[in-house]
Design a protein around this ligand. Sequence first.
Ligand code: DX5
Ligand code: ZN
Length: 215
Amino acid sequence: MIAPSILNINNLNLEKDIQTTVNAGINRFHIDIMDGHFVPNLSFGPQLVSDFKKAFPSIEAEIHLMSNNPDDLVPAFTKAGAQIMLLHYEAMTEEKLNYWLDYLNENQVKAGVVLNPDTPVSVLSKFISKIDQILLMTVFPGFGGQKFIPDSVSRIKEASNLVNGKVPIEVDGGINGQTAKKAKDAGAEIFVAGSYLFCQNSVEQQIAELKGILE
Ligand code: DX5
Ligand code: ZN
């Protein structure tokens, strides 16, 4: 599955470009939430997610929460209509992470844990029973358009052995035709792509190309 990241879309063209992407057969979008603190950049807030759900009710909104403030933002994005929420291991204590994963489970929002490229994959074993997905960062979070970190391939393999098919592994950062293939061969099943889809040829062409490579 391909989950386009809307981070690199010209904000003034969001609806048009999302519609084109939906027409190309996409049914989930990856929405990067950056708080200017956990990562040195700002992006979108809950209003964008509720506007997205009004305009595209049948399309899944996957929230990649890059923030140290889950106490305010997890409820806010749940209320805004998120279907999937991915929380960074590094952004809060394990106790808090457990608390918010339970909250998401109780509120029928799919839950996931995100790991930065330098966080040991082994920490995932503590959360497997309460998550629907894992997100492995293949760049350090904060900006679109970065290069895939080659060490990610062995981390994907390690995570894949650890979860043993119980939950799908998603990858995020520097995904293009080549890196998606490497990630897939290592065990990834969901591919976030931003600049590869929105910063070159037409989005239809880019999606078709990526789908072809991943088949
Ligand atoms: C990075 C974000 C990514 C980013 C992906 O912090 O989490 O989702 O938008 O963009 P590309 O595909 O350009 O690396
Ligand atoms: Zn992301």
